[in-house]
Structure formats: structure tokens, C-alpha cells
Design a protein around this ligand. Structure first.
Ligand SMILES: *Cc1c(COP(=O)(O)O)cnc(C)c1O
Length: 446
């Protein structure tokens, strides 16, 4: 394991109130040119980013606990990733793998076969976004099984394209008035220990399976798609046994089990993939976010018999597996190994969960502390029950931002603060950010 060196100082610096004057100027230009439908968590505009720090155009340095939504796990400018991008860009930026193929695409597919769970024969296809990977996983499952139905879960998030909106559970802001949606998508109850009375995984799975069998019929189901830990839906960690029971049922019934690891993948949870924590081997796995050090790349990797069932030309896309993105992915995978970022993710989890659990003893508004590795969450409620407190959650995130710490919120009820720091963040900087967060929670619940 090699030490991590940083290009810019790993310090929180507040030179102006946020947003500063340059960011305010950009906000005015943005309003006149960028569609209002695109939101931003932070009102500041980025000039530079590295390690655990984002520097804005006014010279403020924020501690980054978001990593661009679990993307820049190796940092936003890892030297290996930058060198690989430069080297590839100097040779060729694009030929289209469907026109004049190149080695980088094959190398990424070889790496994915080696890194994803299971030692069966695998094939991969590369795309640009997580939603595109999900769409294609469903295409493959339907073609290979000849069946129409797809099962998704409460609180699920799978993207913003038409099919992935249908798979996504939450209406506002993702789906509201964007329909009609793709048909043959069925929603089943999710194991959510904090909100289902602590139902054990096996019995939660039995409930979902009974509904699938009674409402759809097993022989009509092409695929079950599930996030091993739900992301946008609230960092929901299902009860142990839930995922394995669903995967076993899928296998027994000829249903393709798709793990959507777009957010959980690539060392985020302390393993290469979150499925591995329970020994689950998906038939197809979708990946994006942390895969390529910030470059747009996504992938599906799955059983060779499923992927190879598709006729030549049935899968692809102009930019899918872009050579610069592939070079970045190979460098990012190398960096994850070099710095043993799985171990760092587990360490980040230990540090944060220890502090959060101690704080939860004193703060009754913390309903639950949960997560795995560097995918961590605090769910806020009205003290004494489980009624969500979205206003408190938003106030805590806003206070952190004011103090130069960038966090994200999530959850069906908008009452979860989630932490997704770059895995290369230093421990001192992480602890400083946690000081700010814990103080904000203490102050706003006092
Ligand atoms: C972010 C996300 C997606 C969509 O990825 P995009 O690259 O934004 O299209 C799909 N599934 C999960 C679990 C995600 O977190």
C-alpha cells in the first residue's frame, strides 16, 4: 500500500461567506443560460479539486464528503488517472468501439471479469452512464429469458431515462409529470430494518417473493433489479439474508438477478462490490460512478450465456467505452489496488460510525446510524418515533455547507444525511469534517 500525495493543500479555508462574489456572478450567468431543472447542492463553483478538498472560484476550500456522488473515490485528480487520460488523449480520443475497436475496452472488460463476484465465465459491455447500464441489463435479461416483467423495490433509484424512471421509486423530483413510463415494472417491498419493525431478512424476502409469485407469476419475470445498499432512497442496508434469499429464489426460477452497484461499487463499501459482503453472486452487475476516477463510463458484467445470447449489433452506443474513459478506468482500478482503498473505506466507516453512534446516544433526533465502509448515513426523525424530519436534515446540511463541509441528503422522506467522501481523504481532514457535522447536529437539536 502506498501513501497518497496531494497536489493541493488538504485544508478547509473560508475566505468569503458562501457563495463568494465570483460564485454569485456565475450563478447569475447560469440562471440566464442553464435550464432551471438542473439543481446543484452547493452554491459555489469549482476551480480545483484534489483528495478531500474542493476549491471554489473565490479561493474557499471545502471538505468534500460527496465525491461528486460517489464518483471520485480515488480523488478528483489522481496523478495516475490524469497521466492515463493525457497519454490516451494524445493518441486518439475516439474511434467508436463498434467501428474501429481498441485494446483499452478489452482490458477494462478483463478487469471487470476478475473483480466482480463469482468465478463463472463472464462478458461485459461498456456504456456512458449508470442509467444506460441499467437499461441494457434489462434489455439483456428480457432477451435471454423471453419474459417481460421486471421487479424493482420500494425506495429504489436506478436513473432518469424513461425505463430507469419507471424502475425508480420516488416521484418528486425524479418522475413527477415525466410519464408515461415504461410498462411491466413491478414494485415490491424492501427490507428497511428501521422502518419495517426490524423484520429479519429471510422473512422480508419471503414477503416480496410471495407477492412476486401471486401478483406477477414467476414464469413472467425476466429480472429482479436491486441496489445491495440503496443509494438515493436513503442508504438503506437490508437485513442480513434478504439479498441472498432473493438471489436464491431468482436462480431457482430462471429469473436474472441484477445487482445495481452503480453507487456501491468500486471499493465504496470496503469491498470491490457490496454484494460480496453476503456472498451474493449476481447474474448481471451494473457499474458506473466510481469506475473511472471521474470520467463518464459505465458497464454491465454478467454470465456469458446471458450476454452472449444477444445478436451481434444488439448492444452498443457511439461513445460507450470511450478510449479516454477506459484509460482512466484502468488507472483508477490500479489506484484502488495501490492504496488499498477497500481498507481505507472500512477505516472511514469505523471512524465515522463510532462517532455517530456515540452522538446518537445523546441526540434523540438521530433515528438511525447506518452504512458500510465509506457509504454512511444518519436518518433524522422527530424524537421518540420514526416520523421523518426533513427540515432538520436540510438545516444540518446547510449549516455544514456554511462551515465549508459539503454533505448530501437523500431518502424517500428527505431525512437522511449521507456521506460519500473520496476514499483518499486524510484522517485529519475527515475528522475535521465530522467535527463540523457533529457540532451542527448538536447545535440544531439542542
Ligand atoms: C446514480 C445511480 C444510477 C444512475 O446513474 P447515472 O450515471 O446518473 O445515469 C443508477 N443506479 C444507481 C444505484 C445510482 O446510484
Amino acid at each position: 500500500m502506498t501513501e497518497i500525495s496531494y497536489r493541493i493543500p488538504q485544508q478547509r479555508v473560508l475566505r468569503t461567506a458562501l457563495p463568494g462574489p465570483r460564485s454569485q456572478e456565475l450563478a447569475v450567468r447560469r440562471k440566464a443560460a442553464v435550464a432551471a431543472g438542473v439543481g446543484s447542492t452547493a452554491p459555489v463553483y469549482t476551480a480545483d479539486a484534489d483528495g478531500g478538498v474542493i476549491v471554489d472560484v473565490d479561493g474557499n476550500a471545502l471538505i468534500d464528503l460527496a465525491a461528486g456522488i460517489a464518483v471520485t473515490s480515488v480523488g478528483a485528480s489522481h496523478p495516475k488517472v490524469i497521466a492515463a487520460i493525457k497519454d490516451q488523449a494524445e493518441r486518439f480520443t475516439h474511434t467508436c468501439f463498434m467501428v474501429a475497436p481498441y485494446e483499452g475496452y478489452i482490458e477494462v472488460a478483463e478487469q471487470l471479469a476478475a473483480l466482480t463476484p463469482g468465478d463463472h465465465e463472464k462478458r461485459s459491455v461498456l456504456f456512458n452512464s449508470g442509467a444506460e447500464a441499467v437499461e441494457n441489463a434489462i434489455k439483456v435479461a428480457r432477451l435471454a429469458t423471453g419474459r417481460p416483467a421486471v421487479v424493482a423495490f420500494d425506495h429504489a433509484y436506478h436513473g432518469r431515462t424513461n425505463l430507469t424512471m419507471a424502475l425508480t421509486a420516488k416521484s418528486m423530483p425524479y418522475k413527477q409529470n415525466f410519464g408515461p413510463f415504461a410498462p411491466e415494472v413491478y414494485r415490491m417491498p424492501m427490507s428497511y430494518p428501521f422502518r419495517d419493525g426490524g423484520q429479519d431478512g429471510a422473512s422480508a424476502a419471503r414477503e416480496a417473493i410471495t407477492r412476486i409469485e401471486k401478483q406477477i407469476g414467476a414464469t413472467s419475470v425476466a429480472a429482479i433489479i436491486i441496489e445491495p445498499i440503496q443509494g438515493e432512497g436513503g442508504f438503506i442496508v437490508p437485513a442480513p439474508g434478504f439479498l441472498p434469499a432473493l438471489a436464491d429464489w431468482a436462480r431457482a426460477n430462471g429469473v436474472v438477478f441484477i445487482a445495481d452497484e452503480v453507487q456501491t461499487g468500486f471499493a465504496r463499501t470496503g469491498d470491490w462490490f457490496a454484494c460480496a459482503h453476503e456472498g451474493v453472486v449476481p447474474d448481471i452487475i451494473t457499474m458506473a460512478k466510481g469506475i473511472a476516477g471521474g470520467m463518464p463510463l459505465s458497464a454491465i458484467t454478467g454470465r456469458a450465456d446471458l450476454l452472449d445470447a444477444v445478436h451481434p449489433g444488439g448492444l452498443g452506443g457511439t461513445y460507450g467505452g470511450n478510449p479516454v474513459a477506459c484509460a482512466a478506468a484502468l488507472a483508477a482500478i490500479d489506484a484502488i489496488r495501490e492504496h488499498d482503498l477497500n481498507a481505507r473505506a472500512r477505516r472511514i466507516g469505523e471512524i465515522a460510525l463510532t462517532r455517530f453512534r456515540a452522538l446518537a446516544q445523546q441526540v434523540p433526533a438521530i433515528g438511525e446510524v447506518r452504512g458500510r465502509g465509506a457509504m454512511l448515513a444518519l436518518e433524522f426523525v422527530r424524537p421518540g418515533g420514526t416520523e421523518p424530519d426533513a427540515a432538520l436534515t436540510a438545516a444540518i446540511a446547510a449549516r455544514c455547507l456554511e462551515q465549508g463541509v459539503l454533505t448530501l441528503t437523500c431518502g424517500t422522506f428527505g431525512n437522511v444525511i449521507r456521506l460519500l467522501p473520496p476514499l483518499v481523504i486524510g484522517e485529519d481532514l475527515l475528522n475535521e469534517a465530522l467535527d463540523v457535522l457533529c457540532t451542527a447536529i448538536g447545535d440544531l437539536t439542542a
